[in-house]
Design a protein around this ligand. Structure first.
Ligand code: SF4
Ligand code: F3S
Length: 464
């Protein structure tokens, strides 16, 4: 097998094919902020109604949201493979004789409960105290869960592509989207077995397999995928993962301006805040996750890093656990530049190709047009923190939606002056000093002893 370099692992690994450079330096990429996801599954239904509503596709959820640490679709999809892999072994290197990829086919019953483990938390509720986390002082929630949206990663080393003996799966050179040619497919299901993320699925009605298509018809028109545009939590940003002024539009148009891609900044720059899901599989996934900052880093290390003792890649810190801690801190206490980029999440349904953060404005080029949004400055967020305490700070910043329209000043038939006078007369009297003090005073600290923290699972149990 040829050897290819995997920057997510920081080493060479075996893969059946040599790498090919994408045309125009453009590659499909996505960043998901897990801290914003509320498990509403709007993305899942938007994807299902667009792509998999036909016969034989009933169980196909190309986009699904799982509750960590106990959810999984199919059941325990990741744990089974992780348990079978040796240390520092990718699924290509662990393949058995005569196979190209190590994998397994999930049984029918494992596909039957897409919401199993949803809303199941890890840990026990303390009965007599408020649960707070303070990662800065190494204090995380005793009980925790978080939501993990899962989709095809349009990997740079796709396992599905490597495994197909018919060469029915290919990676488009214009944007790196991995597609399955159903005319060539003969239903061998090697792709179904090989993909560690279990996204190619077999259709018993047609006798051929299907896999997520990265919403390529929308991408070709300069729009973001359905799961991105429909996300009410504004958790996602989609665009070009490749860096450089050569970055252009996948349909061949030149980019609006030279500049960096926001996806690239979040996932690949020196200030990265987004990590790939299970990079140890060796497929180089191109969906990146901003990790939840309330979850203990040991758990996130096994999920979002190569999870080896020897750290080889250029991520921050000297160990992978340290990388996670640093990134959690960056997400929790964002820099001014990151605050600007966060305004772009869900801000437009057009593909953002380039962006620029300057003072308190973030400007973005979407191919046809250039748009700009207000970017809350660090000074604003610090004063907000001073007023409302550190836990509310992020909410304050993030709920300031860039597209929010100001409320109309006056209704028809009434002059502005009249409205102002009416407001002045109906305004409530200011609170007295003592009332104000009691409203802002924090609750007295609990004197009850803190319950011992339950052990963090480093490996998730197989759901019963
Ligand atoms: Fe193929 Fe699976 Fe990677 Fe998607 S996530 S490109 S289906 S290996
Ligand atoms: Fe190939 Fe998968 Fe079809 S392995 S033949 S694409 S079922």
């Amino acid at each position: 097998m040829p050897e290819v370099y995997n920057p997510q692992l920081g080493r060479k690994q075996s893969y059946p094919y040599e790498h090919r450079q994408e045309e125009r330096d453009w590659h499909w990429g996505m960043v998901i902020n897990t801290n914003r996801c509320i498990n509403c599954n709007t993305c899942s239904f938007a994807c299902k109604s667009t792509w998999t509503s036909g016969k034989g596709e009933e169980y196909m959820w190309w986009m699904n949201v799982e509750t960590e640490p106990y959810g999984g679709y199919p059941m325990g999809w990741d744990m089974r493979l992780l348990d079978d892999l040796g240390a520092e072994e990718t699924i290509f290197e662990a393949a058995e004789q005569g196979e190209r990829v190590k994998g397994y086919v999930a049984q029918k019953e494992e596909w039957e409960y897409p919401a199993l483990g949803d809303d199941q938390v890890h840990g026990e509720y303390p009965e007599d105290e408020v649960v707070e986390s303070d990662p800065q002082n190494e204090k995380y929630h005793d009980i925790w869960q978080f939501y993990l949206p899962r989709l095809c990663n349009h990997c740079k080393n796709p396992a599905c592509l490597a495994a197909c003996p018919r060469k029915a799966i290919y990676k488009r050179s214009e944007d790196g989207i991995v597609l399955l040619d159903q005319e060539r497919c003969r239903g061998y299901r090697k792709c179904v077995k090989a993909c560690p993320y279990h996204k190619p699925m077999y259709n018993p009605e047609t006798g051929v397999s299907e896999k997520p298509v990265g919403c390529f018809p929308r991408i070709e028109e300069g729009n973001v995928p359905r799961c991105v545009s429909s996300c009410i939590g504004k958790t996602r940003l989609h665009g070009n993962i490749n860096r450089g002024p050569k970055a252009g539009h996948p349909n061949g148009k030149k980019s609006a301006a030279k500049g960096r891609s926001p996806i690239n900044y979040l996932a690949k720059s020196d200030e990265k805040v987004a990590l790939p899901l299970y990079p140890q599989f060796g497929t180089r996934p191109q969906v990146f996750y901003m990790p939840p900052y309330h979850v203990p880093p040991e758990f996130l290390t096994q999920m979002f890093t190569p999870n080896t003792d020897q750290k080889r890649n250029d991520w921050p810190g000297s160990t992978y656990e340290e990388s996670v801690k640093i990134i959690q801190q960056r997400v929790r206490d964002p820099s001014h530049h990151l605050l600007g980029v966060l305004q772009l999440f869900g801000a437009t349904t057009r593909l953002i190709e380039t962006y620029n953060v300057k003072e308190n404005r973030v400007k973005a080029g979407t191919g046809k047009e250039r748009k700009s949004w207000t970017c809350p400055s660090r000074r604003t967020s610090k004063s907000a923190r001073a007023r409302s305490g550190p836990t509310n700070r992020e909410v304050r910043v993030w709920t300031k939606h860039p597209n929010a329209t100001p409320r109309p000043e006056a209704t028809t038939g009434r002059s502005r002056r009249t409205t102002r006078r009416r407001r002045e007369t109906t305004r409530r009297p200011p609170p007295t000093t003592s009332a104000r003090r009691s409203a802002t005073r924090p609750a007295p600290p609990s004197t009850a002893p803190r319950r011992a923290r339950s052990a963090t699972p480093t490996r998730r149990p197989w759901p019963n």
